[in-house]
Design a protein around this ligand. Structure first.
Ligand code: COA
Ligand code: MG
Length: 298
């Protein structure tokens, strides 16, 4: 298995049985078997807890928390690390990077969270020099009654004219129930592709998003991953080559889509994706190797 691809639905309740005996507190009176996810802050270093505690919305905290737990679970499962022996920092563009253990600091991984889902991708090989990025979107989130033209006018800086045309052409689909809805779905699909690519590159939000574009061959997105989408890089450089890219796109359910971008110099990223369904996690799998960080609240 060349890359790990994991998805976690944040709506699954955290039950006492998922965390015993790791966590002994504290259920809510009216839901005796359900544990608040804030109990899981124990499993992260203090610097992460402090960041997570600043979120005002519980769902935001939950998504970010699960993302961090997935990163830990990945390095334990695929690289034999101790859960509480991992040290992370942020790059100058805010991308999380592993700083210890030293020999793993080039292992590429990435997380995205939106709506009901957190999606993770990580390189299981030590030899590979792949760069990985992922993005998930809830495409139901939209302004009711707004036309696609009005909505998309705000995004002319982000998409090329060919990409815009691909979105608009959704109204030509005779099977479409609502052309605006289908156009928006194509918009979010394209968005995920762009975002996963800039995340694989690790660049900041000031990156020129029209300097590359996508050619989508399989128009229908399905639960089964599509691997046929291609990228054109307008002015390739060594940092952002045109070669070696591969993309995986799929639906997680009827309102969420994701894209994974992988770029690898030597062998190309094509061998990293096999078209299998992304692996969906439950709490038991996520917390299987979790141990508390002793100093979290000291
Ligand atoms: N590169 C790669 N990954 C990054 C990153 C960077 N520069 N900065 C943060 N990340 C990671 C982090 O793990 C972060 O989660 P965490 O902070 O909880 O650990 C995660 O990516 C966030 O990804 P996602 O959930 O998809 O958030 P986002 O889509 O709101 O933001 C950004 C993604 C921060 C990487 C950035 O690209 C951004 O702000 N993009 C929006 C701007 C835009 O115009 N996008 C164009 C799409 S057409
Ligand atoms: Mg995103």
């Amino acid at each position: 298995m060349p890359i790990a691809r994991w998805a976690f639905n944040i709506r699954q309740p955290l039950l006492l049985e998922n965390v015993e005996p790791l966590v002994t507190s504290l259920t809510e009176d009216d839901k005796p078997n359900i544990v608040p996810v804030s109990n899981l802050l124990n499993f992260l270093p203090k610097v992460e807890c402090d960041r997570l505690l600043q979120f005002r919305q519980e769902d935001d905290m939950k998504r970010a928390l699960i993302g961090r737990l997935m990163i830990h679970a990945f390095f334990v499962a695929h690289h034999g690390c101790r859960w509480d022996g991992l040290v992370f920092a942020r790059s100058d563009t805010n991308k999380p990077v592993l700083t210890s253990p030293e020999h793993l600091k080039n292992v590429s991984f990435n997380v995205s969270h939106h709506g009901d889902w957190v999606v993770f991708v990580g390189d299981t090989s030590l030899e590979s020099t792949a760069r990985l990025g992922v993005d998930v979107m809830d495409f139901q989130e939209q302004v009711q009654g707004e036309s696609f033209e009005t909505f998309s006018a705000c995004f002319l800086d982000q998409f090329t004219s060919r990409e815009m045309q691909f979105m608009k052409d959704a109204d030509k689909d005779p099977k479409a129930l609502s052309s605006t809805r289908n156009q928006l779905r194509r918009f979010y699909r394209m968005w995920c592709l762009k975002e996963s690519t800039v995340k694989a590159l690790g660049v900041g939000i000031d990156f020129n998003l029209k300097s590359f574009e996508f050619l989508i061959q399989d128009v229908n997105e399905t639960v089964k991953p599509v691997l046929s989408t291609r990228i054109e890089v307008h002015e390739p450089t060594s940092e952002f080559p045109e070669e070696g890219w591969c993309f995986e796109e799929a639906l997680l359910d009827d309102r969420h889509c994701y894209a994974i971008a992988a770029q690898a110099e030597m062998e190309g990223a094509g061998t990293m994706m096999d078209g299998s369904l992304i692996r969906q996690f439950g709490w038991n799998e996520l917390l299987e190797d979790a141990v508390p960080y002793p100093s979290s609240f000291s």
